[in-house]
Design a protein around this ligand. Structure first.
Ligand code: HEC
Ligand code: HEC
Ligand code: HEC
Ligand code: HEC
Length: 476
């Protein structure tokens, strides 16, 4: 995803939407959105005292200017490896505030890595790659990732002026407030190490211990699939088989390392079936984290002895929706956080819902000033009482005593009348990187990028969600 950050059709559609929503500020918006998705092109523009013009640089298959080639490479090797240690982990480095040395002339610039490189090999790299490999242990710190993975967006008023800011995605700050911050960095989960010593370079490579694979697996299997399926129009040059592997590894990450769901207890009495569920977050930040279109939800079904479904909450609806979710039916509404569910039109969805200064529900990043709901499952050790405003739990989950660091507990109370056991209870946890409402709201715009994205989404919506994990229990 990082290599394809500028080719990402969802990102392109989102930037277009923001420029249409806030036309007076459209030049600044393009520059703002380029900061992490086209960081080389943007840094180069800034050195020349200019703003980045995203739409003139969008990757195409045609022969392109140097700036367009920098834009096409997204978060490149040399961008990430040139980041200096200065300010990492501090607020100055957030929202792409990382520092790159643009004073030294080309050929004299360091690229940082965790290993010491001897002078002979340094010369080889400097003459072949024009960079000086330099030991920099800041590459192993979470603050490096935090420079782009802490994003405050500017809220724009009706005339395009800045009227506030939104902690749009802050996985680094969530991580810092969790138990992982003292023993597991972003790298340790997202860049798994290879156990045996390995040469990193094919020329004169020494065996290195603990080589970190640049796997960067997250949760976005959906857009990885989109990049593969529409590789030609999107000018993607990664090989389809490699994107397929990235996709499979992402799915594996979601199904094995992200969450756990358990039916803790079931009981039938007085014509009521009570199911108690426990959901655990295994990641180092909220689940789901980062971009606010992500959602995780519980799909619970109860079947009777004949296999007939007598209760269902959170089933999948056509087009990428969730049955019973108010927000999918009406963009001005949303599903609250539940402590217990006793109706089929109630669904437990772990998500963040943004609002404008007028408290209207929105998916416009630069129209939003805050969240009315944020019940994304907290990472282990996250104390919601002491959490800073920018990572706070919002909405009803705040007061839910069962919603705490690392987990949530929820009850389902289902009327079964005179129906006799056995009942078969099945709890499934789904993950969807781009929720129905976030995609469909783009349909109101008329522009090549939004039209194209909605078309792709609709064509792939049946595969827009993934079953992460499940649990089953039969009540006798
Ligand atoms: C400070 C860095 C930064 C800036 C600035 C930034 N983004 Fe992003 N953006 C990210 C990161 C990191 C992700 C990936 C998070 C994730 O996968 O959940 C992302 C993801 C996205 C996605 C989801 C992509 C997908 O494939 O699902 C969209 C859409 C997006 N950004 C739009 C924008 C827009 C519009 C702007 C400008 C208003 C912007 N971004 C500015 C860092 C940034
Ligand atoms: C998003 C940032 C990022 C990008 C992009 C990136 N790297 Fe790295 N790279 C790292 C980090 C972080 C480490 C150190 C990992 C550790 O030791 O924990 C690293 C380590 C390395 C190392 C040292 C060996 C090792 O694994 O520790 C080499 C060589 C390397 N990267 C080459 C590359 C190349 C080539 C590319 C592009 C194809 C690239 N990197 C892209 C962040 C990045
Ligand atoms: C220069 C900015 C930048 C830096 C530094 C950076 N990232 Fe990213 N990262 C991005 C952007 C932008 C995206 C999203 C691209 C998209 O979705 O279009 C992203 C996406 C990701 C994803 C994939 C998310 C998904 O949805 O599947 C992971 C995982 C990730 N980054 C981890 C890291 C880690 C770990 C580090 C530190 C070693 C790091 N990043 C450093 C900009 C950055
Ligand atoms: C304990 C392991 C662990 C640690 C530590 C961890 N992550 Fe993750 N991360 C995961 C897993 C598992 C997922 C996949 C589930 C998901 O998408 O939420 C993930 C997902 C992500 C995503 C993708 C979300 C998306 O929208 O697809 C981003 C971005 C990310 N992590 C960034 C970071 C950053 C930045 C740090 C450090 C501040 C970090 N992670 C620390 C395990 C970890």
């Amino acid at each position: 995803m990082m290599a394809n950050a500028s080719k990402d059709p969802y990102w392109q559609a989102a930037v277009r939407r923001e420029t249409l929503d806030h036309p007076q500020a459209q030049a600044h918006i393009q520059d703002e959105c380029a900061a992490c998705h086209m960081p080389m092109a943007r840094d180069q523009a800034h050195v020349q005292g200019k703003e980045t013009s995203v739409f003139s640089l969008l990757p195409t298959l045609a022969k392109q200017s140097p700036s367009a080639l920098w834009a096409a490479d997204g978060v490149s090797c040399t961008l990430c490896h040139q980041i200096q240690s200065r300010n990492l982990g501090k607020a100055e480095s957030f929202t792409a505030g990382f520092v790159i040395d643009t004073q030294k002339s080309p050929g004299q610039r360091p690229v940082f890595g965790p290993f010491t490189v001897d002078s002979g090999r340094t010369r080889v790299m400097q003459s072949a790659g024009r960079f000086i490999p330099t030991r920099g242990l800041h590459m192993q710190e979470a603050g490096l990732c935090g420079s782009c993975h802490t994003l405050y967006t500017h809220t724009r008023g009706p005339d395009g002026n800045i009227i506030g800011q939104l902690p749009e995605q802050v996985p680094y700050l969530e991580w810092r407030h969790s138990s992982y911050s003292d023993h597991q960095s972003c790298q340790s989960c997202h860049m798994p190490t290879i156990e045996r010593p390995m040469p990193i370079t094919s020329v004169l490579g020494l065996n290195r211990e603990m080589f970190s694979r640049h796997a960067f697996r997250g949760g976005n299997f959906f857009v990885l699939n989109m990049l593969r399926r529409y590789a030609t129009p999107l000018a993607v040059n990664a090989w389809p088989q490699n994107l397929a592997v990235a996709c499979r590894e992402t799915e594996k990450n979601l199904t094995t390392s992200a969450a756990h769901v358990q039916i803790e207890a079931v009981r039938v009495s007085d014509g009521e079936l009570t199911v108690r569920l426990r959901l655990s977050n295994l990641t180092g930040h909220k689940l789901p984290t980062a971009y606010p279109s992500r959602r995780v939800w519980i799909h619970l079904t109860v079947k009777d002895a004949q296999g007939r479904c007598i209760f269902e909450s959170g089933g999948r609806a056509p087009g990428g929706g969730i049955a019973g979710n108010d927000n999918d039916q009406d963009p001005t509404l949303y599903e609250p956080h539940y402590r217990y569910i006793d109706r089929e039109d109630q669904v437990q969805i772990y998500e963040s819902i943004m609002v404008t200064p007028e408290e209207k529900v929105t998916t416009g990043l630069l129209s939003a000033i805050g969240f009315v709901k944020d019940n994304r499952v907290l990472p282990d050790g996250f104390d919601k009482e002491t959490a800073d405003r920018d990572i706070a739990v919002q909405g009803r989950a705040r007061k839910d005593p069962d919603f705490t660091g690392g987990r949530d507990r929820i009850r389902y109370v289902i009327g079964v009348g005179n129906e006799k056991p056995p009942f078969r209870v099945h709890a499934r946890l789904w993950y969807q990187p781009i929720s129905y409402r976030w995609a469909q709201n783009l349909d109101q715009y008329t522009a090549p990028e939004t039209d194209r994205f909605v078309r792709y989404y609709d064509a792939m919506s049946a595969d827009s969600a993934l079953l992460m994990t499940d649990d089953m229990r039969t009540v006798k």
